[in-house]
Design a binder for this molecule. Sequence first.
Ligand SMILES: Nc1ncnc2c1ncn2[C@@H]1O[C@H](COP(=O)(O)OP(=O)(O)OP(=O)(O)O)[C@@H](O)[C@H]1O
Ligand SMILES: [Mg+2]
Length: 323
Amino acid sequence: MTEPLLSIQNLRLTAQTDRGTASILRGIDLTVERGRILGIVGESGSGKSSLVSTIMGLLSPGLNAEGSVKLDGVDLLTLGSSKMQALRGNKIAMIFQDPMTALNPVFRVGTQLVDVVRNRYPGVSREEAVKRASDALVKVGLSDPERRMKDYPGQLSGGMRQRVMIAMALLCQPDILIADEPTTALDATIEAQIIDLLRRLRNEFSGSIIFISHNLGTVLQLCDEVAVMYGGHLVELGAVRDVLAQPLHPYSRALIGCEIDDQPLDVPLAFIPGKVPETVDNPPGCIFAPRCNYAAEVCTRVMPPLRAFEGQLAACARLEDIT
Ligand SMILES: Nc1ncnc2c1ncn2[C@@H]1O[C@H](COP(=O)(O)OP(=O)(O)OP(=O)(O)O)[C@@H](O)[C@H]1O
Ligand SMILES: [Mg+2]
């Protein structure tokens, strides 16, 4: 059996705050196989961005990560900042919600794309790098690549900038591409175009993709597996069609609803009464129990671990009783 590309074990992320220790990730176990696309969903504040920032080694000062995050067997948590920096834009790359965070406004688009190629493949000539950059712009649907290469990022629309980010990812061929809500800042039509583009290009990526989204239709269209996060825990994991069609965990059920087939594809996540737990609170039982319609006495004792049930994994003590 080959080792998964990314293997996360008992990942905990904490921060010291005025109100005490904040537990942002409370013990995440997750693997990402080679060439697969994993979607991550969950309400705002559930820890999705914190999880991918930890994988990227981009934690703000004061945050402390424990556990392990192994990429190809190498633990990224112990790697040190200079080695981690060398991995970014090389083995791991990221597409942000706002592409301007990753594009430098004072350099032309072409210069930045050529730099990506030459950092990743130092032996490549300048001429070849320019050609690859221009080809990548065509692949992501930007016409007139010569002109686009001369533009500064500020001269492009939001949708065009996101296409440039995808071109960068194609050029650097990372082992893992992380996309944290890459289309939230775009209007619905452009969002649909970008998702369609990612779908068409998926065969051009040899690596895996982690895709965070609030939009279930998008996750269904793009991803192979989906992970549902709540309060710093992973509460459900499975094949995207299975989880969206038949969510097992009460939180996933509330979030996803059971009628995905009847809904238009741009449905946002459902609204669930109550609010996400505070990171500084450490309730003894299941993290979702206070909002759960199915909660019973057993749920007040410990947070249940993820366990296999009907082909999916879910962290609920009452799966047998409620399905
Ligand atoms: N540096 C920090 N110090 C303390 N708490 C933090 C820090 N960074 C994040 N948090 C807390 O961690 C929790 C998870 O935040 P995170 O941004 O990962 O959520 P998210 O799932 O990405 O939400 P969204 O959908 O809104 O992007 C939040 O409660 C946030 O306030
Ligand atoms: Mg986020």
